[in-house]
Design a binder for this molecule. Structure first.
Ligand code: ADE
Length: 293
């Protein structure tokens, strides 16, 4: 089922005030605003769970053309964002700290970093702020004397920080209590426990000859939980062994679970169930076996 569309109209106050404030500084406010008005982010804002404030760096430019960039000292291609408008806009807004510059050389955004950013909601500043870099760079004095750190969304170079800011805001917002439909969903999926997510299926039970694994249709919550855990472990082992290594590898119990799953798949005993248990009748509703812990 599709989530309800973000309601339009003024945002009512949240039940206990906004949970997380995020300020974004950019020279393209509509770019960030348009994305963050819809879907999950729009809903979180409407519910008062996310207090997102987007600031135009040009608002603090002092020349008639509202310039924010200039040519680099020493020569070279491209333009550099000048310090004046950036310091001016930030000082005017006094945004929540940490203020992080989005740049490819920054600390890599990974799920633990996302969780740290969510936790800033309960710090005295009540959130964090993002500064979008642009063009060929940002004057070094911004890094040295204004921001608290730099954040990168990966080892590639974007034309600017706006897309990265959107990634950060979305990753953070979906962890805020009350934003996702089900309280378990954020924790259960990829990276929630340092593992990739188990495979998900919905109706129809058979599509073009490909069947949903039998175990998911049994209604046996214990068997489903074991299958999901085994699949998450196996997927992580196959695709991201580095994630397993960084949590200390597999425990004895986990190794058994994965071995049992491999045996069952090899024997064709189940279509993925780690122990082949199928007690309980077929479930009509795909959600029947959902949300086991
Ligand atoms: N700006 C340009 N490239 C970036 C990246 N990879 N991450 C964050 N901000 C960026």
């Amino acid at each position: 089922m599709n989530p309800p569309a973000a309601p339009v109209g003024p945002r009512p106050p949240g039940p206990s005030g906004p949970r997380l404030r995020v300020d974004v500084f950019t020279i393209f406010p509509p770019l960030v605003e348009n994305y963050c008005a819809g879907s999950l982010l729009g809903r979180a804002r409407h519910l008062g769970l996310l207090d997102l404030r987007i600031h135009d760096l040009r608002s603090a430019a002092t020349d008639p053309r509202r310039s924010v960039d200039d040519t680099p000292f020493g020569g070279g291609a491209g333009m550099v964002l000048a310090p004046g408008p950036i310091f001016g806009a930030v000082e005017l807004a006094s945004p929540p700290r940490p203020l992080l510059l989005l740049a490819p050389g920054g600390r890599r955004l990974e799920q633990p970093v996302v969780e740290e950013l969510v936790a800033t909601g309960s710090s005295p500043s009540g959130g964090f702020s993002l500064l979008c870099g642009r063009y060929e760079g940002v004057d070094q004095r911004v890094s040295d004397h204004l921001v608290d750190g730099e954040l990168s969304i990966g080892d590639y170079v974007l034309a600017g920080g706006e897309a990265a800011a959107i990634v950060v805001v979305e990753a953070v917002t979906r962890l805020l209590p009350g934003v996702m439909g089900n309280a378990d969903s954020a924790a259960e999926e990829s990276f929630g426990a340092g593992l990739l997510e188990y495979p998900q299926y919905t109706r129809p039970a058979e599509f073009r000859g490909w069947e949903v694994p039998e175990v998911l249709r049994t209604g046996d919550h214990g068997a489903i939980a074991r299958w999901r855990r085994a699949m998450a472990l196996r997927r992580t082992q196959d695709r991201r062994p580095d994630l397993l290594a960084s949590r200390g590898g597999l425990s004895e119990e986990e190794r058994h679970l994965v071995d049992d799953l491999a045996d069952d798949l090899a024997d064709g005993r189940t279509d993925g169930g780690p122990d082949g248990r199928t007690d309980g009748g077929p479930a009509d509703d795909p959600a029947d076996g959902d949300r086991v812990s």
